[in-house]
Ligand binder design. Structure first.
Ligand code: GLC
Ligand code: CA
Length: 549
């Protein structure tokens, strides 16, 4: 913990997600590591006003793991994976981050462990061992078949048979990721020790993987099929049979919120500890947001939670404002949290095929992200317009891509090495050792530094603006205008009012809005600047404008 910080620091912070495997490889073995991150911290925030200017880092899992799902399969929750470093490296990372005013958020995967975790190795032995009830073991039906119709999100059934026990175990993801039995108090106590272990090491918060999956229907009822007329939140998932079920019995159970209380009480043991839940639900847009709101309301739930709504391949002014309006409406006292990319989603620049090769569109989206009410999370490389890398079948590492090829090519494309320097081997990711994932980025950091209107400069500038304008951090949100694929909204505190405008369309738009007596705050490094013209505002395609009253 950083001394003397307000307990709600996370409401004013800008987060940056690092995929540690791909950030910086300090020992040239092809895998990014904690020492690599430490070497590059000044780039993110040097603690003296230099660097990108982020306030907190969310690390994708760094715990010991056989890496079947790249850390989302943990085999020891209280140790660092040797590929990333040691506990001593972690302690140094905490110290170096805190010295610069950067907080650390770790990604805890508590719904399931790795099948190589000693808990599972013991549990699977027989039906009488001390950990026999630590996972979800169920007898076969009379004919030997699986207990019900639940599916794995990563393909196939959610059940795998174990000979020794003559039973099936449940896995919401890979069969190498058995679901823990959260109903067993011993399991909860053991997970509590994990949370305390990392809090005591100075960790400032947790991103909670698949946080709506912990509970499941104790009667194991079959999931109903979805109503086909209801659109699937993410179109790319339409080919996965999992998304054709209405998964009301295998996840999103109302009783899951009791497990969330349990976690929140733990976090509250060290004030200032924050949490961000990942909420992948199948309830359509409004249903998913309404459900997520339950996870962040009051003081007994999570501090923040995000859905996949903004991560969709669809994007226009109507859809954007609908997500925000629904969130504002349902979240009540809950604090929103926003991102445009993560390690599970196509890269921002490459995602909106509907927009074609639209220069500046990603910049406009990032500007909007930083103007919403709530905590923004940037994904590493967004500042360099990192693109989705297309890999050959043989290069695919992600189990999801291996299973669903060619319909789903996996998530490797958004997890490629960070391009530090165009003049160095592997674009400066390391000293030339073969990176775990290949992929060359069109713009490296050194080149972005040289460009006048790079996204890098723009983000640096906008992060400063956000920090100096209270209305952007904590002001209310009000939609002002929505027309011609453009939107105008207002952020307001008692003292200050800020107006934000953006053009999602492919043509220049003129909007009638009174901007007299306001000062233009639009970052000058923006490539598509909006401008006031008489009684209105002119916005080029992907144009953005922000002003203070
Ligand atoms: C979450 C993670 C994803 C992982 C899955 C299973 O969705 O973000 O990367 O594969 O959970 O743990
Ligand atoms: Ca390394």
């Amino acid at each position: 913990m950083i001394q003397n910080q307000p307990p709600d620091w996370w409401k004013h912070a800008v987060f940056y997600q690092i995929y540690p495997r791909s950030f910086y490889d300090s020992n040239n073995d092809g895998i990014g590591d904690l020492n690599g991150v430490i070497e590059k911290l000044d780039y993110l925030n040097d603690g003296q006003g230099g660097g990108l200017g982020i306030d907190a880092i969310w690390f994708s899992p760094i715990f010991k793991s056989p890496q079947r799902d790249f850390g989302y399969d943990t085999s020891d929750y209280c140790d660092i994976d040797p590929g990333y470093g040691t506990l001593a490296d972690y302690d140094r990372l905490v110290e170096e981050c805190h010295r610069r005013g950067i907080r650390i958020v770790l990604d805890l995967v508590l719904n399931h462990s790795s099948d190589l975790h000693p808990w599972f190795e013991e549990s699977k032995q027989d039906r009488t061992n001390p950990k026999q009830d630590w996972y979800v073991w169920v007898d076969p039906k009379d004919d030997g078949s699986v207990p019900n119709n639940w599916l794995s999100l990563f393909g196939g059934k959610a059940w795998t048979f174990n000979e020794a026990r003559g039973q099936y175990y449940m896995h919401s993801f890979l069969k190498e990721q058995p679901d823990l039995n959260w109903y067993n108090p011993e399991v909860r106590e053991e997970l509590a020790k994990v949370v305390r272990f990392w809090m005591n090491r100075g960790t400032d918060g947790f991103r909670l993987d698949t946080v709506n999956f912990f509970a499941y229907d104790q009667q194991l009822r079959d999931n109903p099929q979805r109503d086909p007329s209801e659109p699937i939140l993410e179109k790319g998932q339409a080919k996965n049979p999992y998304f054709h079920q209405n998964t009301i019995y295998s996840k999103d159970r109302p009783e899951n919120l009791e497990f969330i209380h349990f976690l929140r009480e733990l976090f509250d043991e060290i004030p200032g500890t924050t949490s961000i839940g990942e909420m992948g639900s199948n309830f359509g847009l409004e249903g998913t947001i309404r459900n997520t709101a339950e996870y962040v309301k009051g003081q007994k739930h999570l501090h923040m939670a995000y859905t996949f709504a903004m991560l969709s391949t669809e994007m226009n002014a109507d859809y954007f404002s609908k997500i925000v309006e629904l969130t504002e409406h349902h979240f009540q006292d809950g604090w929103p949290c926003w991102s445009l990319g993560n390690h599970d989603t196509r890269r921002l620049v490459s995602r909106f095929e509907c927009k074609g090769e639209r220069e500046g569109f990603q910049q406009m989206m990032l500007m909007l992200l930083l103007c919403l009410r709530g905590t923004p999370i940037l994904y590493y490389g967004e500042e360099l317009d990192m693109e989705e890398i297309i890999l050959e079948r043989e290069q695919i590492q992600d189990p999801l891509g291996i299973y669903f090829w060619p319909e789903h090519k996996g998530r490797d494309g958004c997890r490629t090495p960070f391009p530090w320097n165009s003049g160095e081997p592997n674009q400066g990711f390391n000293q030339g050792g073969e990176p775990w994932l290949s992929g060359t980025s069109p713009i490296c950091l050194d080149q972005a530094e040289e460009m006048q209107e790079s996204t890098l400069h723009l983000l640096r500038e906008m992060l400063k603006i956000r920090k100096s304008e209270p209305a952007l951090q904590s002001g209310s949100y009000r939609l002002h205008l929505l027309q011609e694929d453009c939107l105008i909204f207002q952020r307001e505190t008692d003292q200050q009012s800020i107006t934000v405008a953006a053009n999602f369309s492919v043509v220049e738009q003129r909007l009638d809005h009174d901007f007299s007596n306001c000062s233009d705050l639009t970052p000058k490094t923006m490539s598509r600047l909006g401008r006031v013209d008489g009684t209105g505002l002119v916005l080029p395609p992907s144009g953005f404008f922000i002003a203070k009253h």
